[in-house]
Design a protein around this ligand. Structure first.
Ligand code: TYD
Length: 131
């Protein structure tokens, strides 16, 4: 699976640390940033794949699990560090769950929001990965 964790460059400082995502930090051109907040711990977010969209997911605060699935293999990655990002390429099914209290999930995305880029049915996703 081409999913990978990247280090987000940071400047540590006794006054507080600073992390920065620049255009060369990630392998796609960023077009949009959105974030999930006030997520109940029992919530499941995601539950889809994307045809064109690539994303970098960062736990800015707290923690949550990302279940990723390429149609054959599944793995669970816990994100809990604001200087680590999970890069998700196209055609990966993802679910986000097990949010800690106060968790903040930031997503840097390669495209603007477009509903027709989503695959929201798991069977359709598996069929597409095999075609
Ligand atoms: P969705 O991507 O399904 O959320 P998640 O994957 O985090 O569970 O989006 C939820 C709703 O928000 C859906 O109706 C589409 C809308 N939405 C936008 O309008 N713009 C956006 O940039 C995003 C990410 C979602």
């Amino acid at each position: 699976m081409d999913v990978q964790i990247i280090d987000i460059p940071k400047i540590t400082d006794p006054r507080g640390n600073l992390a920065v995502i620049e255009k060369d930090t990630i392998p796609f051109k960023m077009e949009r940033v959105y974030y999930l907040f006030d997520v109940p711990s029992s919530s499941h977010r995601g539950g889809h794949a994307h045809k064109e969209l690539q994303q970098l997911i960062v736990a800015l605060s707290g923690s949550f699990d990302v279940v990723i699935d390429d149609g054959i293999n599944k793995q669970i990655i816990t994100l809990n560090k604001p200087d680590k990002g999970l890069l998700i390429p196209t055609m990966i099914w993802r679910e986000l769950e097990n949010f800690s209290s106060g968790a903040l999930c930031m997503v840097v995305a390669s495209h603007e929001y477009k509903e027709d880029d989503y695959i929201r049915n798991y069977d359709d996703f598996v069929a597409l990965t095999r075609s």
